[in-house]
Design a protein around this ligand. Structure first.
Ligand code: NAP
Ligand code: FER
Length: 333
């Protein structure tokens, strides 16, 4: 038997989650039986979508269960295997994060080919968030030459890659994020105009000043007032790629904004929501493009790392307080 600690959902949050919604528990991890593999997690991710799974609501994926460990992306190392496909030392991806170690059927694991990148990059820039930026910009928004691109949540995992993909393709990019540290980071990665939305009393006016000619593409990570500002500033035939609306995830009342959806008509804007899971056919092309951009210095990334499973709830809560620059991660061993 191997000891492991895990984070369980103790209660369903109402509004913004707190540390009290989580509990740390210790468990024994059994030795692998035929067809099973034992893994020690090295890294786990916390992502905004996990907030939705904490509600008891039907969605694209079932809700987390009370008293059970949470789930989510993790990178680990095989410690013991009774399956011919895996051996001790293999790096593997799974959706069995929020725990230090586990034994699972081999089918729950995927071998990780790091392509020379650090393994945890596959929870961020080279993983689900990275593909989200790529698919949302290239496929959903249908980025085309000359587009002026606005990205909200621009200093986060998805947003910072969306900005850099647009820059790599020669676009003018406006990025919004909260606070001077994030604004400075956006300048560093080549964003042309930065809106620090926390310092702006009027977001629409600030966006108009940053994009005097208007915007053709809006990559939305935030929703609410950001979406309202983007609708006002959009040019005719703009495309809105609706990736996320983090400003609404903890809301207990429907959001008052956007109040100007009628712009969709007169400006003939196309607004389309998407889920990254439907776009994994792009993954090989995405990883090839990404390695080219990384090699040529066109894409860089940041990580905000908390250490220890006991800090995983704090990392998750930090997403809603804007504590992360780049990808929020938990390092486990
Ligand atoms: P992230 O941007 O790395 O982290 C979340 C960031 O959101 C925070 O750092 C914070 O930055 C910002 N934020 C939090 N509350 C906010 C509020 N009330 N108003 C404005 N900004 C707020 O997270 P991520 O993993 O890259 O995800 C970004 C977005 O993409 C999320 O909306 C997520 O749900 C979505 N997403 C969608 C898909 C999909 O398949 N559609 C896949 C992955 C992610 P500031 O300090 O700048 O406020
Ligand atoms: C996300 C936000 C929302 C996400 C998925 C959703 C994969 C899906 C929500 C739903 O089905 O209600 O960041 O990432």
């Amino acid at each position: 038997m191997t000891a492991s600690r895990e984070i369980r959902l103790k209660s369903r949050p109402t509004g913004t989650p707190t540390a009290d919604n989580f509990e740390l528990a210790s468990v024994d991890v059994p030795e692998p039986e035929a067809g099973e593999v034992q893994v020690r997690n090295l890294w786990m991710t916390v992502d905004p979508y996990m907030r939705g799974r904490m509600n008891d609501m039907k969605s694209y994926v079932p809700p987390f269960q009370l008293g059970q460990p949470l789930e989510g992306g993790a990178i680990g190392e095989v410690v013991a295997s009774d399956d011919p496909g895996f051996k001790a030392g293999d790096l593997v991806e799974s959706s069995l994060g929020w725990r230090e170690a586990f034994t699972a059927p081999a089918a729950a694991l995927k071998k990780l080919d790091t392509r020379g990148l650090p393994p945890q990059a596959f929870l961020g820039v080279a993983g689900m968030p990275g593909l989200t930026a790529y698919a949302g910009l290239l496929r959903i928004a249908g980025l085309k030459d000359g587009d002026i691109v606005f990205v909200s949540g621009a200093a986060g995992a998805v947003g910072s890659l969306a900005c850099q993909i647009a820059k790599a393709r020669g676009h003018t990019v406006i990025g919004s994020a909260g606070g001077p540290r994030k604004a400075a980071f956006l300048k560093e990665i080549g964003v042309d105009q930065v809106v620090d939305y926390k310092a702006e009393p009027k977001l629409t006016a600030a966006l108009r000043a940053a994009a005097p000619e208007g915007i053709d593409v809006y990559f939305d990570n935030v929703g609410g007032e950001h979406l309202e500002a983007a609708l006002t500033v959009a040019r005719p035939r703009a495309r809105f790629s609706i990736c996320g609306m983090i400003s609404a995830y903890n809301a207990t009342e429907p959001s008052p904004a956007p109040r100007n959806l009628a712009f969709l008509i007169g400006k003939t804007i196309r607004m389309e929501g998407f889920l990254v899971f439907a776009h994994y056919d792009l993954q090989p092309q995405f990883l090839d493009d990404l390695s080219g951009w990384v090699k040529s210095g066109k894409v860089q990334w940041r990580e905000t790392v908390l250490e220890g499973i006991e800090r995983a709830p704090e990392a998750f809560l930090g997403l809603f307080a804007g504590e992360n620059l780049g990808k929020m991660l938990v390092k486990l061993s």
